[in-house]
Design a protein around this ligand. Sequence first.
Ligand code: GTR
Length: 426
Amino acid sequence: MKRLLLCAAVALAMHAAEEVLYAQANYDEAKVPKYTLPDPLQLANGEPVADAETWRTKQRPHLLELFATEVYGRLPTKQLPDIHYEVTDDTPDALDGKARRQQVKVYFTKDKSGPQMEILIYTPAKATGPVPCFLGLNFKGNQAISNDPGIHLTQSWSRGEEKDGVVNHKATDATRGAAASRWPVEMILDRGYGVATVYYGDIDPDFDDGFKNGVHPLFAKNSDKPAGDAWGSIGAWAWGLSRALDYLETNKAIDGKRVAVLGHSRLGKTSLWAGANDERFALVISNDSGCGGAALSRRAYGETVKRINTSFPHWFCDNFNKYNDNEDACPVDQHELIALIAPRPVYVASAADDQWADPRGEFLSCLHADPVYKLLGTEGLPATEMPDVDQPVQGTIGYHIRTGKHDVTKFDWEQYLKFADKHLQK
Ligand code: GTR
């Protein structure tokens, strides 16, 4: 009983502390510090990036390297020799006959006892050939994205729900469909797309454990005292997305050349980092990704670099701590992350009541990535001013700020589908 009360008190205190953090952040545009952004079209030697070739062969690799060493940590280059797949479900008539549902286990090691992830895939039942597909990680387990009872319940560590002060880290049936509003599967299928998802906790549980769990230990070098540029959890999740894409490329129901990667919040930071690294992703979507995602760090508006490194020390690499209260010293800012996706289409979405994620900073990242998109011969961002609420702009860079809070809504998906129609439909 005593323990229960203590847990409840700790949970309440944590909630209160979070509220204080949100309240203490700067939300006043007049108090945004003066800053100069690094120019993505200026080479390290000060010369301009004069053409697409110089961008591709020199500047892009240089910026990618800076993000790897200073922000997210390096992704492993070693291949896993024993990675293998097992189709655990293939149902032709799921969701009242609307969908083909496939579930596929990805084992990272030979003996199956090591970390593993499960991909859930829906494709239109009536599809006559490979379809373009949205791929995204989810927060609560695949079973949370739909009320479909055929989805396997995740067995991995779960963030869990708190009840009477105790957090259960094993997912229960109560989580089935809990995130369904964020995954309008039938609407996506009706438009001719597939949707694939993986539970992020299958790849790396979301807590600071000193690189001991998830996929990190598979790459021995990182399991000891991590180097300053060792990959954090965002790196691991992004790596997992690429492994999911490896599989999707082999699946005949999916067109592996037309896979859009998307994510919300910390998983939006992840989709951007995955899209920057892995040029096979044909389109990249960031939903309310905020600090360390689409928002410019130098604005220090809402969540800051120091705040995020303090609350979530496991998300980025240790070197990122150098920029706590010191954003100007960072050799890159987040508009260059967007630029790394060029010339592929990228969509950034904000929400008006999500000031913690700095909507204006997210828009400015798009605006300052635009010169790179233009240099590469694309339409770029068809706006020079931040659009009004609920007035999306869609070029090769898309952006909107919608009414409402930090979430993924039907409105967001309507824009993503329209954007995908523009870029992925033949
Ligand atoms: C918040 C965090 C944000 C965002 C969000 C989420 O607590 O400060 O950066 O990532 O969590 O992922 O839900």
